[in-house]
Ligand binder design. Structure first.
Ligand SMILES: NC(=O)C1=CN([C@@H]2O[C@H](COP(=O)(O)OP(=O)(O)OC[C@H]3O[C@@H](n4cnc5c(N)ncnc54)[C@H](OP(=O)(O)O)[C@@H]3O)[C@@H](O)[C@H]2O)C=CC1
Ligand SMILES: O=C(O)[C@@H]1CCC=N1
Length: 286
């Protein structure tokens, strides 16, 4: 998935030095997206204590600086992206030593900025960010919330980084909306994968090959998403245009509505949002 060649980038020195703390799935997606966008590899770094994972990332991004020591990669960095699990963030943050004014971007689900600022040794500009894994192919959706110390220039830097990996990048002025965005676009790719798994299985059980079923499912999802993006019609109108009276779509939608699919989806999104807040409460306790 990660391209083997990088586009040329003449605008080299304007690019921030970005250090990732934790080099797991989400860091891989963002680093991969930045790499594909032409961000110089000499200005991307990551730390990762788990050796097999670090070696995997080093093989994917051989020109990026890597380390086991978090403080080694954050030295001289313009931006530090906290990409560890929410459950270890407190310990990780407490051990970090920052230069003044280094911008911190936390992508940890749930964890509130007030807690991160409390755990830090120094008062830093901090952005809370919720990306998603399609960042890897430049198709991410990102929500952002800035704390008081974040300057206009640092907001621009944040948008510059996230725009390289995402098609939707939006600031919110209420931090709790980041939990809502987590339930929608942060976790959202998994919902669509589940839907596609189920549709693919329906095709396979009726006799299509797995390849045929997957190809039809994925293209349908992609086509519908592109129509939703490009059409002037709203989503309900687009749905109605597929649904002939007393036809096949109506039969399918009736069956799904009878099972309360709208409520199921809404409950799912709200469960993710609630879980984010629960994690924050668990981890923020003294
Ligand atoms: N996956 C997703 O789709 C999204 C994830 N997020 C958020 O991104 C963050 C990372 O998630 P994800 O990438 O999925 O998780 P991963 O577990 O894949 O990545 C976290 C990485 O951090 C490493 N790590 C653990 N302790 C330390 C430490 N002390 N210093 C440095 N690195 C450490 C882990 O190593 P080890 O495995 O050894 O513990 C692991 O490789 C989470 O906070 C999550 O909420 C946000 C949006 C979407
Ligand atoms: O499942 C999780 O907790 C993370 C946060 C959003 C997507 N994955």
């Amino acid at each position: 998935m990660i391209p083997t060649t990088q586009p040329n980038n003449s605008d080299y020195t304007n690019k921030p030095i970005i250090a990732f703390i934790g080099a797991g799935n989400m860091a891989e997606a963002v680093i991969g997206g930045l790499y594909a966008s032409g961000h110089p590899t000499s200005r991307l770094r990551f730390s990762e204590p788990y050796e097999p994972r670090r070696e995997y990332m080093e093989s994917k991004f051989p020109e990026c600086m890597s380390a086991t020591d978090n403080n080694k990669v954050i030295k001289d960095a313009d931006v530090v992206i906290l990409a560890v699990k929410p459950q270890v963030l407190r310990q990780v943050v407490a051990d970090l030593i920052f230069e003044s004014n280094t911008l911190i971007i936390s992508i940890a689900a749930g964890i509130r900025t007030t807690d991160i600022l409390r755990w830090l040794k120094t008062p830093q500009p901090l952005v809370r960010c919720m990306p998603n894994t399609p960042a890897l192919i430049g198709e991410g959706a990102v929500g952002l919330y800035a704390t008081d110390r974040v300057s206009e220039a640092q907001r621009d830097t944040t948008v510059g980084i996230m725009s390289a990996v995402a098609k939707e990048v939006m600031w919110v002025d209420k931090e709790s909306l980041i939990d809502t965005i987590t339930g929608m676009s942060g976790s959202g790719p998994a919902y669509y994968f589940l839907f596609m798994e189920a549709m693919t299985n329906a095709g396979i059980s009726a006799g299509l090959t797995p390849e045929q079923a997957k190809a039809l499912t994925v293209q349908t999802c992609l086509g519908a998403a592109k129509m939703a993006q490009q059409s002037e019609d709203d989503l309900a109108t687009l749905r109605k245009k597929v649904t002939s009276p007393n036809g096949t779509t109506e039969a399918a939608l009736k069956s799904m509505e009878a099972a309360n699919i709208r409520q199921i989806i809404q409950d799912g999104v709200l469960s993710a949002e609630r879980r984010g807040k629960e994690i924050a409460d668990e981890m923020g306790r003294d």
